[in-house]
Design a protein around this ligand. Sequence first.
Ligand SMILES: [Zn+2]
Length: 350
Amino acid sequence: MARNLNELHPRLQEKIARLQVLCAKEGLQLGIGECFRSASEQNALYAQGRTKPGAIITKAPGSSYSSQHQWGIAFDFFKNINGHEYDDNAFFTRVAQLGKSVGLSWGGDWHSIVDKPHLYLPDWGSGTNILKSTYGNFESFKKTWGKASITPIKPAQPVAEKSWKATGTATCGGNSVNVRSAPNGSVLIQLNKGNRFEINGETSGSWAKIKVNNTVGWMSTQYVVLDQPAKPRQKPAGKITLKADGIWGSDTTKRLQQYFGLSQDGVISNQLNAYKKYCPGIVSAEWSNTPNGGSQLVRKMQAWLGIAQDGYIGPQLIKALQGKMGKSQDGVLSNPSQCISAFQHWINQQ
Ligand SMILES: [Zn+2]
C-alpha cells in the first residue's frame, strides 16, 4: 500500500493534518490507507474483478491516469481499530463531514462508484480530466507543487478495540435523545425515555460514554438517569425478630405492641382468669379476676381480626387468629402452639 503521505499534493497534506486534529478532538481513530498510487499499483487494482479474483473497485486502468490517487490529490481512510476498519458507517460519515469542513470532497458523494473511504482535493473537479488536459502527465503536474506549510503526522499503528467495562446501568431521561459517535459527533442512534443502557464511568465535558446493545457512543449527561444501587432491605430500627417457638412470651407481646403502634411493656394486661385455661401458650399475660377493660393490645388485635373489641383473649379471639393463620380452630393456644408459631412467623415478615 502506498501510504506515503509526503508524496501527496502539499495542500492535501495540510488538509489531512487539520483533519487529523479534528478527528483526535472527537476521539475518532483515523487510519490512512492508499495515498499516492503509481501506474503499476493502479493496474493491479484495475485487474481485480476483471483478470483477477475479487470485486471491481475501480474504473481506471493505470495507463489512463484517471484515478485521483495517481495525481496525488486523494487519499483513503479507515477506522484504525483492529477488526473494525470498515464496519462503522457513522465513522465514515463523520470523518467525511470533518474533511469537508477543511475543504476536501468525499467519494461517498459519488454516484457511479460510491467510495466512502476516499477524500480528495476538489480543485480539479471530481475526476481527472481537467488535470489530464491541463498538465498532460503527473510529472508536469508535480512541478507546480509548492511545499506543505504543515504536514500530517505519521499514521498510528492500529489500536486494539477497548473492551467495555460497565460500571453501572442507567435509563434514558428523554425522548429522541441522540447517542453520538463522539462528544458532538455524528448521531448513531436515538433513545427514548426509559430505554436502558450501560455506562463505563467515562465522561468528557457534559458527555457520558454509554453502551446500548452493541453500540458504544456518547450521550449528554442531562439525559443519563443512573440506576440507584440496590439497597439491602432494612428493617425498621429496633424491630424485634421473634423466634417462632410457639410460645407467646414478652418479646412476642412487645413485637405486637410495636406492630400495632403501642408502647412496649411486653405485658398483656388485665386478662380474665376464666380464660387462662384456653391460653397455656401465652406466658406474658397478667391474669386477673377483676375485669377493668382488658388490654389495649388485645383490642387492637380484635379490630384487626374483625371481631368484637372487648380487650380479653378468649376462645373467640383464639379461633379467629387460628383461622387467620390457617390452623384448625379449636379455640386453645397450647404450649407450644402451632398457631402462635405461625403468628410469630407472620409478624416477623411485617
Ligand atoms: Zn481512493
